[in-house]
Design a protein around this ligand. Structure first.
Ligand SMILES: Cc1cc2nc3c(=O)[nH]c(=O)nc-3n(C[C@H](O)[C@H](O)[C@H](O)COP(=O)(O)OP(=O)(O)OC[C@H]3O[C@@H](n4cnc5c(N)ncnc54)[C@H](O)[C@@H]3O)c2cc1C
Ligand code: SF4
Ligand code: SF4
Length: 338
């Protein structure tokens, strides 16, 4: 049977406003024919018009096979798991978002050679513009801790460089639930062109997510309505609202309703809060300040968490508030299921 191509992706996902911006299609296209245009409010990829299959009749279909928006959305609150716990790094991580558990697990894995790189999203500390990058040392990972709530580039763009150019064989990927869903399709699918990616991904850590914002729209709104420039912002945190903390000690709380125009359109079609098909999921809801909620889902995830605890970098503690996570997840499902 002929595989589906970017033309099907365009019809079913790009043109229906459901694209999440995960960038999986961009990363796996063997012809490098898909990209996101830099600039304001790019909601879906564009094609150069060339396609191995549609143009040259060479079987491909990699982009369609990797896209998380071509199948039914997961709509479970907690998803399957082996353990749900509070966790925190046992060492200083200045920019950590919650308890620094994500950084601690991956720093431990890099130091012990369990992985050779991390594909993640970092940001420029001055402009707060996010980038998809490859990190290979625990020191660099610690410097890049913290959450990026805005979107500028496809989240998984660096995956192609890690697998195809750098030829890393033991890759950990941190992703939002939409990226985690794409990675699951890559790992479990039957498209031959995805096999090198599937074979190289050793661990997937998913971050809880209610929505993400377009970088340029958010930056412009903060400048226009609050007189705040990116370099003045010390930290952003989403907890039912967006909390902006500045270096001068002031804070501003913005309701998500007020930020509606900055939310990426594809997020309105997303019903997965807790990255239900990751190896490990991590969020702030459900844990006290200074702790991360960890949902350990697979034996692989279990092995990485155990290794971080053994190495003395991660401390687990009981008392995670499962009901609070379920409540937020249910709200997301209700809001976006239609
Ligand atoms: C867009 C977004 C929305 C979120 N919404 C919620 C929410 O509603 N409720 C909730 O409880 N938690 C939410 N989180 C998760 C929360 O902010 C923390 O990321 C989580 O608690 C882990 O904290 P930590 O201290 O263990 O991570 P850290 O130790 O600080 O490490 C975080 C790691 O994630 C990477 N990273 C940051 N942003 C991204 C990104 N966009 N894509 C891929 N990798 C990234 C960083 O490079 C870093 O390595 C959200 C995160 C993001 C990015
Ligand atoms: S959801 Fe991801 S894989 Fe699907 S079209 Fe959008 S960027 Fe590409
Ligand atoms: S809500 Fe989060 S996980 Fe869902 S599409 Fe938006 S960025 Fe991706």
């Amino acid at each position: 049977m002929e595989k589906k191509t970017y033309l099907d992706l365009k019809r079913e996902v790009w043109d229906t406003g459901t694209c999440s911006g995960c960038g999986a299609c961009v990363a796996v296209c063997p012809a490098d024919a898909l990209s996101f245009t830099d600039g304001a409010a790019a909601t879906s990829p564009v094609s150069t018009g060339y396609c191995k299959q549609a143009t040259d009749s060479v079987p491909c279909g990699a982009c369609y096979a990797a896209c998380p928006r071509t199948s039914v959305q997961p709509a479970d609150t907690l998803g399957p798991y082996l353990e749900l716990t509070c966790a925190a790094a046992a060492f200083e991580i200045p920019h950590r978002q919650s308890g620094g558990a994500v950084t601690a697990i991956l720093a431990s894995a890099l130091d012990e050679g369990l992985i050779d790189c991390v594909v993640t999203v970092t940001e420029d500390r001055f402009t707060l513009k996010p980038s998809s990058v490859i990190i290979t040392s625990s020191g660099a990972l610690v410097m890049q801790a913290g959450s990026r709530y805005s979107w500028w580039v496809p989240l998984l763009a660096a995956l192609k460089e890690a697998v195809i150019e750098q030829k890393y064989k033991k890759i950990a990927v941190i992703g939002l639930p939409c990226a985690v869903q794409a990675l699951a399709r890559i790992r479990n699918g039957d498209n031959d062109l995805l096999v090198p990616y599937a074979g190289a991904i050793r661990l997937v850590i998913g971050l809880f997510c209610t929505e993400s914002f377009d970088y340029s729209l958010l930056t412009e709104k903060l400048r226009r309505d609050y007189g705040t420039e990116p370099h003045e912002i010390r930290k952003m945190d989403v907890k039912g609202k967006l909390v902006i903390s500045r270096y001068d000690g002031s804070t501003t709380n913005l309701s998500l309703k007020e930020l509606e125009s900055c939310i990426r359109p594809g997020c309105h079609h997303c019903t997965d809060l807790t990255a239900t098909i990751a190896d490990i999921s991590a969020g702030s809801v459900g844990s006290p300040k200074g702790s991360t909620t960890l949902i350990v889902r697979t034996p692989t995830g279990r092995a990485f968490v155990d290794a971080a605890v053994r190495s003395g970098k991660l401390i687990l503690s009981p008392g995670a508030d499962t009901a609070a996570i379920e409540k937020l997840a249910t709200e997301k499902i209700k809001k976006n299921s239609s």
